[in-house]
Write a protein that binds this ligand. Structure first.
Ligand SMILES: [Zn+2]
Length: 128
């Protein structure tokens, strides 16, 4: 099996295609659309905001990506949600965050609908 690759823009897993066999190691984007939308300073800012929000969360606690969209986009936060979800998937691909739905970790590449985020390897509080 070829090594898994994740889109540099949207963070989704890139499906292997036979026509890419020869240069799989150089495939960086899942689509032409993603290839045209380069990562900018704002995207990096969103990534940093996600990481710092994740680090502030209590051990094992999740948070909603809209919190970060509000922090970055203010009144316009809804317009930033897709960028925040993309940044979250990029961080999932790097092993820094995980995506949850109904309390369970899900595949960030295919998750639809509302998600919550959590730092990977967040220490779990002891149960009593
Ligand atoms: Zn993509």
């Amino acid at each position: 099996m070829p090594e898994e690759r994740f889109c540099r823009r949207c963070g989704r897993r890139i499906e292997w295609r036979r026509k890419w066999a020869a240069d799989w190691d150089r495939i960086a984007y899942c689509s032409e659309k993603c290839r045209r939308r380069k990562i900018g300073a704002r995207d990096r800012e969103i990534e940093r905001a996600l990481v710092s929000r994740a680090l502030r969360a209590a051990a094992g606690a999740t948070f909603c990506p809209s919190e970060v969209a509000r922090a970055v986009g203010g009144e316009d936060w809804r317009a930033w949600m897709e960028s925040v979800r993309e940044a979250a998937r990029r961080l999932v691909a790097k092993g820094e965050l995980e995506v949850l739905q109904r309390g369970a970790v899900v595949d960030a590449s295919t998750a639809r609908g509302p998600i919550r985020l959590r730092r990977v390897n967040a220490p779990v509080p002891p149960s009593r």
